[in-house]
Write a protein that binds this ligand. Structure first.
Ligand code: ATP
Length: 588
């Protein structure tokens, strides 16, 4: 068993380096020294969490409460703690400082498992008086820990660990642990994309090696990384490359993966009890494309048992707002209001959602990931009855470019975003790999603008002058992904409505950083923003063109960039990559 103090030393080493290779090596060494029984916990903790991404367990302790925790743990005045916090700007460091100052409190040798258990109890406190119990529990824990451990525990509780890597680096490090190279990464990743629980993957791999990962298949209650699209220029190219294809409208809403099962099955349903929708006879869990659990955001799903003709299924769908009087699909923005929890039931009444189902990944206890699309379609056909909440996506099958082109044009004219083209004989391939699915957005002959938008991370903002000072910002710097780092590609100063400027400020205010976040590559001195923002907010950016740039670290820049919308459904790690930008650029 590893002590938490030793783990904190690793965190400290990770915190102090920005080199990808170094981070991978330190992690590999950490995993080497961790036992099979703790490696899952070490993975979650090193990502600043207690559970896999898709489990909605949060600490729910605001900064103000943590100030109280530190004061109470070390018998200090709240005011004193607050003042120190103002000066250093990091509550983790504040906790560390006060622990050093109050060395009279005896440090206990706690294991990772023990600290994890206590953190978990704190996070799971709920109901009346829970805030106070959280404060007390955390204060006791800080008392028992050494100063460095206290620093990292506080950062974890506040969701500010930010060691500068995500699941992807953990996959590299697992490979590195075995072979001192990244050679096994593709195989480990393949398993991870099917079971997106990084802790479970690490545990299996550590205890049984690749053999252990081979048995991994889709499992109810655990989201599968959704399949994504590649880009191709023309209908001819698509048919050439893909042969016989299914063509479906590209519905413009939010990706939702729906897990459904009839009750009375004795197996335990993974996950926390209070996060799921329950009808009398069935259970539903829903996940976004960034693996966030959103079951409670979509009360419509509580009635789908009436439509589903199977014991259990996993469905892949796009949630779209629907005007029930006109029968028209509503713009994407309309469903975003669902984000705020209290607004859910009002929104569900005002803008009811339909879920356009385009795939089935699991059926009556059997994973369908390796089953060809044409067979999955048959099962999908049999599994859904009627069109109340779930609606089967429209589709045609063809291998004639002109038919594809006509269908595409027809969908664009009907106001859709384009079409998605899928190879008829392919299995379901989680993540963005291969050429199984391709999106076809703008018309082939359209000359203005890029063939696709870019999803960029907001790296920082400029304070701005004139009218904009009222919003607190007048422009921002965005970047795209290069490995696990972000490189700048554009400054954006136009295209936002007043409402969007305000919204932007609100969304990033808790993500400000005094220094350039570790995940950002070099930013040219003429581009350095007034305030840095931790990678957190993804924005969809349209542009007319992509050009070479001597200043942006992407080596490329956007011409006439403008904000299309905020992409709350994407994690920074799902932002557009530099490779994709080059591809979009080559399609110009
Ligand atoms: P975009 O930003 O263009 O919406 P994206 O970056 O979110 O795309 P892509 O891989 O480019 O993701 O496009 C796939 C997305 O299109 C899916 O995640 C899904 O939300 C949406 N979509 C709409 N209709 C379909 C469909 N019939 N089949 C598959 N995906 C669809």
């Amino acid at each position: 068993m590893m002590t938490f103090s030793r783990l904190s030393n690793y965190f400290d080493r990770l915190d102090q380096t920005a080199s990808r290779n170094e981070i991978t090596r330190i992690l590999a060494d950490l995993f080497q020294k961790t036992s099979d029984h703790e490696i899952d916990l070490v993975c979650y903790l090193s990502l600043g969490r207690l559970v896999p991404l898709y489990e909605p367990l949060e600490f729910q302790l605001a900064e103000k409460m943590v100030v109280r925790v530190i004061a109470s743990a070390f018998h200090e005045e709240v005011r004193t703690v607050q003042k120190t916090y103002k000066r250093i700007g990091d509550l983790g460091a504040v906790a560390e400082k006060f622990k050093v100052k109050n060395s009279k409190f005896k440090v206990q040798k706690l294991t990772v498992t023990e600290v994890y258990r206590r953190l978990r109890n704190i996070a799971e406190e709920s109901g009346e008086g829970s805030q106070q119990r959280k404060v007390d529990g955390l204060a006791r824990l800080l008392k028992d820990l050494d100063s460095l451990s206290g620093k990292y525990v506080v950062r974890i509780v506040l969701g500010r660990l930010r060691l500068g890597f995500s699941d992807a680096t953990i996959l590299d490090a697992l490979s590195f642990m075995r072979l001192k190279s990244k050679e096994l990464r593709p195989q480990i990743e393949k398993a991870y994309l099917v079971r997106t629980d990084i802790g479970a993957i690490a545990k299996l791999f550590k205890s049984q090696g690749l053999r252990g990962l081979r048995g991994i298949t889709a499992s109810l209650g655990v989201p599968i990384m959704p399949a994504l699209c590649q880009r191709l220029k023309s209908a001819d190219e698509m048919i050439n490359k893909m042969g016989k294809v299914v063509v479906e409208p590209k519905y413009d809403g939010q990706r939702v993966q729906i897990h459904y099962r009839k009750l009375k099955t004795p197996r335990r349903w993974a996950g926390r009890q209070n996060s799921k929708l329950k009808g009398d006879e069935w259970q539903v869990r829903a996940f976004t494309r960034n693996l966030e659990e959103v079951s409670l955001m979509f009360p419509e799903l509580s009635s789908i048992g009436k439509q589903i003709q199977a014991r259990d299924v996993i469905l892949d769908s796009e949630a779209v707002g629907f005007d029930s009087t006109t029968g028209k699909i509503l713009p994407f923005q309309e469903i975003i209001t669902r984000k705020r929890k209290h607004a859910v039931s009002a929104a569900a009444k005002k803008v009811p959602l339909r879920f356009f189902v385009f795939d089935i990944l699991y059926h009556n206890g059997r994973s369908l990931l390796s089953v060809p699309l044409h067979e999955r379609e048959k099962l999908l056909e049999q599994s859904i009855r009627g069109e109340t909440v779930l609606v089967k996506a429209k589709r045609i099958v063809t291998d004639i470019p002109q038919v594809l082109r006509d269908y595409h044009r027809q969908e664009l004219e009907a106001g859709l975003e384009g079409v998605v083209v899928k190879r008829l004989s392919d299995p379901y391939i989680p993540g963005r790999r291969g050429w199984s699915w391709v999106k076809f957005k703008e018309a082939e002959e359209s000359a203005a603008g890029l063939s696709d938008t870019l999803d960029c991370v907001v790296m920082g903002y400029y304070k701005g002058r004139g009218k904009r000072t009222a919003f607190g910002l007048g422009g921002f710097l965005v970047g795209v992904r290069k490995g696990e780092q972000y490189v700048s590609i554009s400054k954006i100063g136009t295209g936002l409505t007043d409402v969007q400027w305000r919204e932007m400020k609100m969304r990033i205010k808790h993500q400000e950083s005094r220094e350039k976040p570790k995940a950002y590559a070099q930013v040219h001195k003429t581009l350095v923003p007034d305030v840095w923002i931790e990678p957190s907010l993804v924005t969809e950016i349209a542009a007319d063109n992509i050009t070479r740039s001597p200043v942006h670290s992407a080596g490329l820049a956007l011409r006439f960039p403008r904000l299309v919308r905020f992409r709350d459904d994407k994690l920074p790690s799902q932002a557009t990559t530099i490779r994709e930008v080059k591809r979009i650029s080559s399609l110009q």
